[in-house]
Design a protein around this ligand. Sequence first.
Ligand SMILES: [Zn+2]
Ligand SMILES: [Zn+2]
Ligand SMILES: [Zn+2]
Ligand SMILES: [Zn+2]
Length: 305
Amino acid sequence: MAPGGGASCKELVESWPNFTRFDTKKTQVEKSITCIGEKFQRCSIHGVHELLECPICKRSMYPPFYQCPNGHTLCTNCKNGAHNCCPTCQVELGNIRCLALEKVAESLELPCRYQNVGCHKILPYYRKLKHERRCKFRPYQCPYAGSECSIKGDISTLVLHLMEDHKVDMHTGCTFNHRYVRSNAQEVENAIWMLTVFDCYGRQFILHFEAFSLGMTPVYMAFLRFMGEDNEAKMFNYSLEIGGFGRKLTWQGVPRSIRDSHRKVRDCEDGLIVPRSLAIFFSGGNGEELTLKVVGRIWKVHSTS
Ligand SMILES: [Zn+2]
Ligand SMILES: [Zn+2]
Ligand SMILES: [Zn+2]
Ligand SMILES: [Zn+2]
């Protein structure tokens, strides 16, 4: 090309009448959006997620998207918390929308972010965000109850994590027989969290056993949670029996999915609850040492209803 080709191009643009320039501008924007869109679809899914993720809080962005004068994007939440100063480059933020990226997001159909673990859904961006919050392939939260634990993962990762990091016992088989001993029966605190994992029917169940105060009444509670989705949990039943010295309490229930937090199951009292007064009878009645024998069984429900 002859030298000065760039200048003649500029002249040409400037000589366009106003309305043409407007139209051209619009087409240019649309063109650039299609172009970015195509580029997006070509680049890896990971890259797309990254672009639509707020670089500050790492969450997927919902419109309006914002950017600083230097082009650093951020979500509405982070913009509101940024005190008008770009968290990335520290320049004054102002109120600059990032419309192009919003439009790109709108135009995209993307696979669910849990594609690599088995979800095959492909959805428009904003619907995808909603779906991902409920997607059955999303990672589970660590089901350990004793402390806040931030570990997330699939079931096999969590089983390993429970055994290695929380030192939880693992039992194989669908029946169990446990003995819980407390040296001081008067102590009922939120502090005892006993947890056992059962491996049966090729699935994992967690038995919780704990002491707390239900209103003013100190109680012991045992319940089973299922390491999987709610609809699968309903395919099982379990029974628990706590007793001794001629007395016995039994419970039959449906294991609860670990999607429901331990706290939620406990608070709705979906398990076997033994008042301390009764627990003392079960362990011989002296009220000093407490020994509770828990016998349980898990089975599959064969019903089509
Ligand atoms: Zn953010
Ligand atoms: Zn910036
Ligand atoms: Zn999904
Ligand atoms: Zn954990």
